[in-house]
Structure formats: structure tokens, C-alpha cells
Design a protein. Structure first.
Length: 192
């Protein structure tokens, strides 16, 4: 089971575990939790594109046994934001899951804490038009910060909006690297 959890969370984090259907969860009744009051973001987390991307990786990372700051996580996302892991079923067909931040917390949160999870950005490509920003963020994932090798790599496609006052994550759509789908050199740091 830990390998399934690892695939699930490794692409923003989060490489998708797409081999099985999504199980029933104790997530909100609707994809958007309108009953939970919005948590104010740390100003330093949302003042720049660099800051919000760094906060996203930081808030999901930590050693086994360390609770994550899910209020901080929530504060990064626009209302009705989505997290969407992709992957392959055992028969080779593709699958796309779609989660609200609350559903992500309910689905991946316990595994992040139980197993330890450190995700870091390796490289970034940014396209921007006004307040619409698209980030291709290449990542790797490790169980401890000192692991010699990552257990997963992939690309997070992160859509960000700037509302004139702060940055908001609108969606994170990710693909984990597979043997038949290596990350193209243009999305890796110089030297690979």
C-alpha cells in the first residue's frame, strides 16, 4: 500500500496513483467546501509567483509524523481551485482525477504525514499574459530530505491568477514520469 500512496502524492505533489478507482472518502459533500471560513494567507506566501510556488512545495513537504499546515495549504488556492493528477490504469488507459483542496487533503494528507514526503522544484517554465500565469514546474519527490535519489519525478502544470493584490493557485494538473514517458530535456535543469 505505501507504493500506491507514494504514487498518489508524488506529483505536487503529487504523482498520480491511477491504478484503482477513487474510493469513498470523508470529503465535503460538494467539491467546494463553502462551510469552512477562508483562512488568510501569509502575506509572504502570496506576494510573488516565486513565493506562492515555494509555499506550495513547502506546505506538503515534511518528515514522517509531522502534521502538515493544511490551513496554510488552503490559503494558497482560489475558491473552487482544482488539483488534478493523471496516470495510467493497469490496462494502459489514461485516467484523470479531479480534487478540490479539501479532497486532496482527505485523499493524500494522511499518506504525506505517515510516510514522509519532500517535493522540490527542479526547473520552471513560465508563460504569462496579464494576470493569467501558467507554470510548468518540474519536480522530484523523496521520503526524506536527505534521500540520495528521488522515488518519483514529474511535471506540475500550475495555473496562477494575480488579482492585483496577491497570487492565487487556480489549478495544479500533474503527470508523473514513467519509463515510457521520460521528462523532456527542455523541462529539466541544465545537465539533466
Amino acid at each position: 500500500m505505501p507504493s500506491r500512496v507514494a504514487r498518489l502524492v508524488a506529483g505536487l505533489a503529487l504523482t498520480a496513483a491511477a491504478a484503482t478507482p477513487l474510493r469513498a472518502q470523508s470529503a465535503p459533500a460538494t467539491p467546494y467546501d463553502t462551510t469552512r471560513p477562508r483562512v488568510a494567507a501569509r502575506p509572504a506566501d502570496v506576494q510573488s509567483l516565486d513565493a506562492i510556488i515555494a509555499a506550495l512545495y513547502d506546505v506538503i513537504s515534511g518528515p514522517a509524523g509531522q502534521p502538515r499546515d493544511w490551513d496554510r495549504f488552503r490559503s494558497l488556492f482560489a475558491p473552487k481551485a482544482r488539483l488534478m493528477p493523471t496516470g495510467r490504469r493497469p490496462d494502459g488507459t489514461g485516467v484523470l482525477r479531479e480534487w478540490s483542496p479539501e479532497e486532496y487533503i482527505a485523499t493524500a494528507g494522511a499518506g504525506l504525514q505517515a510516510n514522509g514526503f519532500f517535493e522540490r522544484e527542479l526547473a520552471r517554465t513560465v508563460e504569462r499574459y496579464g494576470d493569467v500565469i501558467h507554470v510548468f514546474s518540474t519536480y522530484d519527490s523523496r521520503r526524506t530530505a536527505s534521500d540520495a535519489r528521488p522515488f518519483a519525478r514529474g511535471i506540475n502544470s500550475i495555473q496562477v491568477h494575480h488579482d492585483g493584490a496577491r497570487f492565487w493557485i487556480v489549478s495544479v494538473f500533474w503527470q508523473g514520469e514513467r519509463p515510457d514517458l521520460p521528462i523532456p530535456a527542455r523541462y529539466l535543469p541544465a545537465g539533466g
